[in-house]
Design a protein. Sequence first.
Length: 323
Amino acid sequence: MDYKLDYDPLYCKCCDYQAKDNFVYNRHLKSVKHKRNSDLGGKYTCDICCKLFASPQSLCNHKKECSKQVNLNNDKYYMDMIKMKDDQINFLKEQLEYFKKQNETLQNQVITLQNNNIQQTQQITQPQNIIVNNQLPQPEKKKKRIAITCKNYKTNIPKVIKEPKELNNVVDDYYKYFDKNYKYNVEDTSTTIASKINSILKSFINSFDDDNAFLYIGKNENNPDNLYYYGKDYNKKFIEDSNIEWYNMDCKVIENMFIDKLYNKIMQMFLEWTEKNNDFNDNGIQTLYMNGMENVNSFTNHIDRSKFYEMIYNKSGKNNSKK
């Protein structure tokens, strides 16, 4: 919204001087240059608009109206600015609610695809034994391993992971790690933003080894609905007075812990950029603003949520049964 005052209260017309604030302006009024220039058109100067008057009475009458006009213009300007900011905030809130709903729909579709993939994987047929020289091949000797299931995980996982990290602490560490490693660029597309997020999350997950892992997938389970985590019990939030041990939880819930706050974080980075680049009369700035807003609002649609489960599976699922 463009708004202009009827006159600039910080501009000295008789000296053609523009001050940056009231302190500098008042200092100018007392300067030798101003006094010399003001004597040319009159002895008495209005300290609001810098007009010159020949008598004190004329100056006094003028200042009454001048002060009223300045107050009126200032009030209207700031009210318009407040309304503009309120409109922007309401718009962002509406966008946030819309994309949250879109995100929930996408999550449900991903879970459906994952379940279909699991069912197809389980339909692999067993090969027939081949008889050589009238003898059946001897079966390979399998090493004794620790089998972890939903019935014994509290007892058997500690045999595999000696010093696990608490999930609630790991989530906090992840967002600190994200803040340190994510570099926002207003020119990034939504796909690029999602790719950066996946890369940072993968790097963070891979920083844990077999001894201090905080998530675990049971032997041959490969089921997103069945994931084990170490820490406090969780029911919409971590329960402070609960025991710190291994628990069973839907992978989707844990996954959301690592993704839900990212929209607000990246939106805040975008808003900080707009504060520094607020010259919307510049066509280039306008284009960057519109594209940046669209990319921030849509990057969650490009996050491959199946990658999160794949990361955990690669850490524990393939080699989760030890001697």
